[in-house]
Write a protein that binds this ligand. Structure first.
Ligand code: KG4
Ligand code: ZN
Length: 342
């Protein structure tokens, strides 16, 4: 069975073809980052309009790269939510329009389920059950995952998401958008002993997070030095920020593993691409004898492959999950726990 995946929940248009027998056949991505950079963040209306421009050329690209024809597609999976309403509507309408034209069933996929299952696309995939840390621009959650659709929330952020904290702190340092990769690179040159920032909720004895105070702490440091903050000082602040957030994320993962008694940890979402986080988790894994699984770097941030893959897994569980019902709706807010096995 060949599943076409369409991702358009935010500022990346991603399309992919996944074959349940042969694996990932092709994937293509267009990132709108350059367009939104001038505004310091995603402009929803611009995002929607750009998804319209990109979707069909990307479809042609994945068909050409895989050597498939449109008629070879057996089902179409699209991101139904959560995300920006207008952006989601573009992916949903392209999916349903294609479904109608090709007489193929369509299936709405939860964006976070796509992220959560993306490490299973890697060469060395984890077996169920595992603990998953989902760290993206909009979400920070620790989950226990027992199988496809079997997700139990252990804890989540009470305010800013981890990616949001990266982006906002980077903005305070004048590093542009999206700031995650930039602040991470800058931190490499920072002195870890110049600034000490708070580790919010490190000892809260639950699996929740809070990052808005950390961002405010960055603001306070930057404000006191705003007149002439030099590049080295920026790197020192970046280093202090990255050290703080990485320590909290790592410690909470370790205690979630201890609490569940599981030995496998999966990292998903854009912040999962972060080098310092990976190093800290790898070191903790070695010390405490658990194993960490990451998606391939290109599948950490938003992409169509994870949507095609999650759709394919859903359809293997339940072939009736995809329908020839092309009256679509999107779910900009959609808690992952509502999903169930379907
Ligand atoms: O999963 P994703 O592509 O989109 C959402 O679903 O939100 O995650 C995007 C987030 C952004 O906040 C971005 O700054 C962050 O992931 N990010 C990183 C890195 N690469 C992307 N944060 C820290 N270090 C990175 N290397
Ligand atoms: Zn995402």
């Amino acid at each position: 069975m060949i599943v076409l995946g369409i991702e358009s929940s935010c500022d990346e248009t991603g399309l992919a073809l996944y074959d349940t027998q042969r694996g990932l056949l092709a994937h293509a991505l267009y990132s709108q980052v350059a367009m939104h950079e001038a505004y310091g963040g995603v402009v929803p209306e611009l995002a929607s309009r750009d998804h319209i421009r990109r979707a069909i050329p990307l479809l042609e690209q994945v068909l050409a790269d895989s050597g498939c024809a449109r008629g070879d597609i057996d089902a179409i999976a699209y991101t139904q939510g959560p995300g920006l309403a207008g952006a989601l509507l573009v992916g949903a309408s392209v999916a349903c329009g294609l479904g109608l034209a090709l007489d193929r069933p369509v299936l709405g996929v939860h964006h976070l389920e796509g992220h959560l299952l993306s490490p299973l696309l890697a060469r060395d995939p984890p077996a169920f059950p595992f603990v998953a840390l989902l760290v993206s621009g909009g979400h920070t959650q620790l989950m226990r995952v027992d199988g496809v659709g079997q997700y139990a929330l252990l804890g989540e952020t009470l305010d800013d998401a981890a990616g949001e904290a990266f982006d906002k702190s980077a903005k305070l340092l004048g590093l542009g958008y999206p700031g995650g990769p930039a602040i991470s690179r800058m931190a490499e040159f920072g002195d870890p002993d110049v600034y000490k920032l708070p580790r919010p909720m490190l000892h809260s004895k639950d699996f929740n997070f809070s990052f808005s105070g950390l961002k405010t702490a960055v603001l306070t440091v930057v404000k006191t030095r705003i007149t002439n903050i030099c590049e080295q000082d920026k790197a020192n602040v970046a280093r202090a920020f990255v050290d703080a957030i990485v320590e909290v994320l790592t410690a909470k993962c370790v205690s979630a593993l201890r609490h569940t008694g599981l030995k496998r940890l999966v990292i998903a979402g854009g912040v999962g691409a972060n080098r310092q986080l990976r190093e800290a988790l790898d070191a903790a894994a070695e010390k405490r004898h658990f194993k960490v699984f990451y998606p391939e770097l290109e599948f950490c941030t938003d992409n169509g492959a994870m949507i095609a893959f999650a759709g394919a897994l859903r359809l293997q569980l339940n072939p009736d999950a995809a329908k020839r019902d092309y009256a679509f709706n999107v779910r900009p807010r959609w808690p992952l726990e509502e999903l169930g096995v379907m």
